[in-house]
Design a protein around this ligand. Structure first.
Ligand SMILES: [Mg+2]
Length: 290
């Protein structure tokens, strides 16, 4: 096995290695109950074959860390829509890692404290009508979002992006957005909040990690697979060699479209069931190609 392993005596490095980058909500996690049960056999297959599963999500580090530990995943992961990448210490030297291995964090864009300071300055100067996660107490955020207090606490522990609730006119929001742009930041519309973040996305996180893999294992040919269901996954799917478009499990939401559709997979089932279908198919194809 070529990567950090907890299996002594594993086989020697293959020349071709899949890297799987996956969104969580609606993709690997079921949209309704956040379960990944349907994908478990495929996750196990990846583990047995020593194929890295790299979570790439809009969630925070704390939120992702919990899910990753449940999955027994020991690979790097990307949080806050490409806002930061977490790498277990020693991973890129082939040292054994597990879910508890301390993490090295690489930030894209401003670190969270500086980002919030800047937002506070802009608000004080222009009276912008917004409140962000930093302004909310755990109890308040829990009321606003329906998260439990423990979940709200994990959602508030941020690295490099700030969700804000805008209470003004759309025209004002445009002005705010152009001010953010002057500071190298962008505004991304989410379900409940607008997210202020650096000029990054899930695709940039993928590319950064791919460079690290190539740097430390120059003999290996890495093949990137990306799975996602939402608009914030398009950048990641478009830089991957094998994109997998997961069907939304909410009927009113249209499936995303991507530019590089030649190698794309479109599993028929939604969420983690479709995820498992696609992974199995890709592994089978790789076995045939080997
Ligand atoms: Mg999603």
């Amino acid at each position: 096995m070529l990567l950090a392993t907890d299996t002594p005596g594993a086989p020697a490095a293959p020349n071709r290695q899949l890297l799987i980058f996956s969104d969580l909500d609606g993709t690997l996690l079921d949209h309704h109950d956040y379960s990944y049960t349907a994908a478990e056999p495929a996750i196990e297959e990846l583990r047995v074959r020593a194929i890295p599963l790299i979570l790439n999500t809009s969630k925070t580090l704390e939120e992702t860390r919990t899910i990753r530990a449940q999955m027994g995943n020991n690979h790097p992961f990307i949080v806050e829509n490409g806002g930061a990448v977490a790498v277990p210490e020693g991973y890129f030297e082939g040292k054994p890692c597990n879910a508890d291995t301390p993490l090295e964090i690489h930030h894209f864009g401003l670190p969270y404290g500086e980002l919030c300071d800047l937002l506070q300055e802009l608000r004080a100067e222009h009276q912008w009508p917004f409140r962000g996660f930093r302004d909310f107490s755990v109890e308040e955020l829990s009321r606003q979002t329906g998260l439990t207090p423990a979940q709200a606490k994990a959602a508030k522990a941020r690295e490099s992006s700030e969700p804000v609730k805008w209470a003004g006119e759309a025209a004002q929001l445009k002005l705010f957005e152009s001010q953010l742009s002057d500071h190298g930041l962008k505004l991304v519309e989410g379900g409940r909040f607008h997210h202020v973040m650096g000029r990054t996305d899930k695709g940039r996180g993928l590319q950064w990690l791919l460079c690290r893999y190539r740097q430390f294992w120059p003999e290996t040919e890495f093949v990137t697979v990306a799975l996602g269901d939402g608009g914030n996954d398009v950048a990641m799917l478009e830089v991957a060699q094998i994109p997998v478009v997961i069907t939304p499990s909410v009927p009113e939401r249209a499936a995303i479209t991507i530019e590089n559709s030649a190698n794309a997979h479109y599993p028929s089932a939604a969420g983690p069931t479709g995820w498992a279908q696609a992974i199995q198919q890709i592994i089978n194809q790789e076995c045939l190609a080997a």
